[in-house]
Design a protein around this ligand. Structure first.
Ligand code: DGY
Length: 325
């Protein structure tokens, strides 16, 4: 008699090569229509499952995790961020949680640079002008933006993505400042200026890039008080998590001209983003595309599967197990 394959619920429609491997190695419960599960629907769909492969938008609160069937032994998220999962609640039930570090570093840093450039150089306004047939031709004062080359970039969160962002910014001869829980070794710091207190970094930021995870400590970290410490006319870039920014404060600063622009790929409460952003010409907005390349999304899926296979097929620890922060 052949052994039963562990059953894995895929909460989202994942890339074809990822789903093919999932279906080959597991009894996969797929979601071809990519319908979204709320907590109770997720709990119901997980009936009889050994594991759940979820993604960034799937909120697994303490209540949802507590209600999961006892058969669920693992949650593998198709994301590096895992603030959507109550990891402590999972640990209480003996559920292993894993994420997908490393593989989305470059793609996300690319989008961070796109947000920085798009915001500084008023790309959104330019595209809009052109596509609405309102471009009447080149003019000496048209769409003048903020110069990037040689300016100071402050990075909040100098993990893998923050460092990759710094590498890209160095190609623009930007001077890098950063704040991180721990100072980097000189070979990783590469001459960047470390600020033990992130608040002390703000006065040095012509550009501020948020590359820190969402934690209770970073929730609404970019607030009115900190925006006031940035040089007037600076640019804020966020490709980490929307919740790190206080939307009301950022929108007010963009409206008043205190900040020249913002480049945002992530939003608090996405996809229902703060209405105020829609009316701001100086907000360069993308719909959470940081990891959206074919190569990266496949690599994220394969990394999630590496973890599922280790735990469910080989009875080994998950290589990317995460703990409650
Ligand atoms: C992540 O992996 O956390 C990303 O935000 C999803 O692209």
């Amino acid at each position: 008699m052949t052994a039963r394959k562990p059953r894995v619920l895929a909460t989202r429609h994942f890339p074809p090569d990822v789903e093919a491997r999932l279906a080959a190695n597991f009894d996969a419960v797929l979601n071809p229509d990519d319908r979204l599960f709320d907590g109770p629907a997720l709990v119901a769909a997980a009936a009889g499952c050994d594991a759940i492969m979820c993604a960034a938008g799937d909120v697994m609160s303490a209540e949802t995790v507590a209600a999961l069937p006892a058969s669920v032994r693992m949650i593998a998220t198709f994301s590096v961020g895992y603030e959507h999962i109550d990891v402590a609640a999972a640990a209480r039930k003996g559920i292993v949680v894993s994420n997908t570090p490393d593989v989305l570093t470059d793609a996300t840093a690319d989008i961070a640079m796109l947000c920085l450039l798009g915001a500084a150089r008023r790309a959104q306004e330019g595209i809009q002008m052109l596509r609405t047939h309102n471009w009447v031709g080149w003019s000496p004062t048209q769409l003048m933006g903020v110069h990037v080359t040689g300016k100071r970039l402050g990075i909040l969160g100098m993990g893998r993505i923050g460092q990759a962002m710094a590498d890209r910014a160095r190609a623009f001869r930007m001077q890098i400042h950063y704040s991180n829980r721990t100072r980097l070794a000189p070979d990783l710091e590469k001459g960047a200026v470390f600020h033990a207190d992130p608040d002390d970094m703000l006065a040095h930021c012509d550009f501020l890039s948020i590359n820190a995870p969402m934690t209770p400590a970073t929730r609404k970290w970019v607030n009115a008080e900190r925006i006031a410490k940035l040089p007037k006319g600076s640019v804020v870039v966020n490709t980490a998590r929307g919740g790190v920014v206080d939307d009301e404060a950022l929108i007010a600063a963009l409206k008043s001209g205190r900040l020249a622009a913002a480049g945002l790929d992530v939003f608090d409460g996405e996809p229902k983003i703060h209405q105020g952003y829609y009316d701001l010409a100086n907000a360069f907005l993308l719909p959470h595309m940081g990891s959206a390349t074919v190569e990266t999304r496949n690599a994220m899926g394969f990394r999630a599967l590496d973890n599922l296979e280790a735990v469910l097929l080989r009875k080994q620890p998950a290589p990317d197990a995460v703990k409650a922060s």
